[in-house]
Design a protein around this ligand. Sequence first.
Ligand code: SAM
Length: 335
Amino acid sequence: MEGFLVSKTLFAACELGVFDFLLASERPMSAAQVAAGLGTDVDGMERLLSACAGLELLGTQAAGGEVLYSNTDMSRMYLSRSSPRSLFHSVEYYSKTVYLCWNYLTDAVREGKNQYEKAFGLPSEDLFEALYRSDDEMIKFMQLMNSTWNVCGRDVMTAFDLSPFKTIYDLGGCSGALAKQCVRAYPQSSVTIFDLPKVVSTCREHFVSPTDERIFFHEGDFFKDLLPEADLYILARILHDWTDECCVELLSRVHQSCKPGGGVLLVEALLNEDNSGPLTAQLYSLNMLVQTEGRERKASEYSALLTTAGFANVETGSVECVPILVTHLNAFLSR
Ligand code: SAM
């Protein structure tokens, strides 16, 4: 019942810049100092900092009758904007977009469809037209995607030995964060980020620099355009956006283009076979309902999609992610 109070406390502290301010100040600060620095009400800030301390997002110490606040190791690493492992943009997206869609969860369950129309006044026939309703929204979505892989991209890329695959296409590669982790882990490989034209141009402009070697780009629609031949196709967090029919269509297209001996790597959160958990995947599946046309699935369901599309030899691996991400990403390799 009260879980959202915790989420909103975290959202407000990030949005106001509490963790960044405490990082920059380099010493513990009182609520009055933080309020003055961030231009907020002192009493409001006092309560927010106190709740953050209760959530163990901040540490406290008493000094001369005052409470002084400082970042914990966890908030310094994951909640300040400048950290290389920052989840700031994920928090921002959850606050500004996901939370608004979840306001209509009851309607989503009744109607069995996403809630962009009610949340943002947008038709949602074309899912990614709705998600990318402005350039600003598209960049925010790309930052959200980016932040996950800055935390656990290497673990995902090394869950299987992908060294035999030299030519790799990351279909729906978005901001290129996974592509960067992939070329870092496999120095003999090159990765081409395949995505919608406006995503690719934003990726080139804001996310991948010319100094990122062995990363290439391909603009296209993976449901319509010919997929170039490759040894390995990565589909990370793609299939969970789509219906079973669309998934089989996409995987069949991948299968037709795949070089002999090549494969596909799926990266998705997995539900237990008896639907008993994990809770995160169960909640993500509701999130897919309010936001997309898809769902989270069980290992057997992904295997069935892969085999229907012509793939065999399905292997499953799993990745432990850091606790704050509370995600259960799993990878499937199929040839
Ligand atoms: N794979 C990335 C990751 O895990 O960070 C991004 C996943 S995001 C949920 C889905 C991606 O698929 C977006 O980058 C989106 O632009 C891309 N996409 C959606 N429809 C597409 C299409 N028809 N053709 C190519 N890319 C598409």
